[in-house]
Design a protein around this ligand. Structure first.
Ligand SMILES: [Zn+2]
Length: 438
């Protein structure tokens, strides 16, 4: 994004001078701590001939190599920066994009998590008067459910730890305890509303005022609600709040009531957006989210590559808060599709498909590149009344092209065939993207 003077702005120009000074101090302390306690970063700094004094502010981060998920896999001990007796809790990443990684938490980290979630829930308008149902796992070493619990305790809200393993159990708790807010995955909220409906209960009459959505975006890059988001709003008659977080980041971006991108507590994380060459992009341009969580002691990280694509916003939010905000996640870096010079991510195609009534389910396949494009094939399961399949396939293709300027090949299949392909036993979520590129 260009400023009035035509100069591309950097993220460090956006925060107030007080916050920049505070972040610089926290970064220096973070680096000092790493060089005293983290074998991985001691070795990295040695290899790069860097010392603590070289990293004094946000822009200095660019001197440091990135840390990838692969660095963490099988190397947890090298990242561990506290003594064994100071490990308060052991977390595991969900392993959706690879091997589950162990994350050791000190008790200071648990306090930090609580502060982080307190900040996020307050953005979503939660107060001590709220009753919040947590439809996320607090067991199986997941960080999320525990973090929500800790944050809500800090706010003084009442928690209802339903978990998300049984629709019946959660539906019962919604009716019995009448939560004012729910925390969970959007597709779960949809299934829950449908389950309630099938039992003669209207979700909109359950008294839920807020849906705090985790794990999947409910907004598009222009901040408008996705088809799923609109459906949830309609079914629950509730305000939707999008969030973005991960175990590695240990920090949450959360929408305020205006849903104009995620705010974060600036003392808990430094964020960079990088292009494919690893260079910072100007504010407003899309790239990979790279996170440096501050004040972490158990397994502290520097410049962690999330693999998620988003962009930053700098203008003061409608809610009056300044500082950087993160757009809804556009997709995964490794799922980037190229089409005649245009870059697109699968969720943008999914968003178009979700708006078509006759479409029940779908997946995307991508094959080896033509000169400047990937061959993108969209397989769609449709309701039975669609018989003119070829014509309908063309209509879908045209509709995608009209919305995102990418015209993929569309194939209509039986709903059951698509369902079999996308349901994989070892995966929590349906698999909607198949990459056959070399
Ligand atoms: Zn705001």
């Amino acid at each position: 994004m260009k400023t009035d003077t035509g100069v591309s702005k950097n993220i460090s120009d956006v925060e107030s001078p007080q916050i920049v000074a505070r972040q610089s101090l926290l970064l220096r302390q973070h680096v000092e701590y790493l060089l005293t306690n983290s074998t991985f970063y001691q070795q990295m700094f040695e290899r790069q001939k860097l010392s603590a004094g070289d990293i004094r502010c946000y822009d200095d981060l660019q001197k440091i190599p990135l840390t990838a998920k692969a660095d963490l896999e099988n190397n947890e001990e090298q990242f561990l920066a506290v003594a064994n007796e100071d490990i308060a809790d052991i977390c595991l990443t969900s392993g959706t994009t690879g091997k589950a990684v162990t994350f050791y938490q000190s008790s200071a980290d648990l306090d930090r998590l609580a502060t982080n979630e307190q900040f996020a829930f307050q953005l979503a308008g939660i107060t001590c008067k709220d009753r919040v149902l947590i439809a996320a796992a607090i067991d199986r070493c997941f960080m999320a459910g525990m973090a929500y619990f800790l944050g809500l305790q800090k706010i003084g809200a009442t928690t209802i730890r339903s978990g998300s393993s049984s629709l019946g159990v959660v539906a019962q708790m919604v009716q019995r305890f009448r939560p004012t807010a729910l925390v969970g995955v959007p597709t779960f909220f949809l299934a829950l509303a449908e389950y309630l409906e099938s039992n003669g209960v209207c979700a909109a009459e359950c008294g839920v005022q807020r849906l705090i959505c985790i794990g999947e975006p409910v907004r598009s890059v222009d901040f408008s609600l996705s088809a799923l988001g609109q459906r949830l709003q309609q079914l629950w008659q509730s305000q939707l709040y999008g969030t973005y977080a991960s175990t590695e980041m240990a920090t949450t971006f959360c929408d305020c009531e205006y849903g104009r991108g995620g705010h974060i507590d600036p003392e808990l994380m430094l964020v960079e957006i990088l292009d494919e060459q690893g260079q910072r992009v100007p504010i407003g341009e899309a790239g990979e989210v790279v996170a440096t969580p501050l004040q972490v002691t158990g397994m502290p990280l520097l410049r962690f590559r999330t693999g998620d694509i988003a962009c930053m916003h700098e203008e003061v939010c409608v809610c009056g808060r300044g500082g950087i905000r993160l757009s809804p996640i556009m997709g995964r870096k490794d799922q980037m599709l190229k089409y005649r010079g245009t870059t697109v991510y699968p969720p943008a195609i999914f968003a178009v498909l979700q708006q078509i009534d006759a479409v029940v389910n779908y997946y995307i396949e991508v094959f080896d590149k033509y000169e400047l494009s990937d061959r993108i094939r969209v397989v769609v399961g449709c309701r039975e009344h669609v018989d003119e399949t070829v014509m309908f396939a063309n209509q879908i293709s045209e509709r995608i092209a009209a919305t995102i300027r990418v015209k993929p090949e569309v194939v209509i299949e039986k709903v059951e065939t698509v369902r079999r392909k996308i349901t994989q036993e070892d995966k929590r979520k349906p698999v909607l993207f198949f990459d056959y590129r070399n």
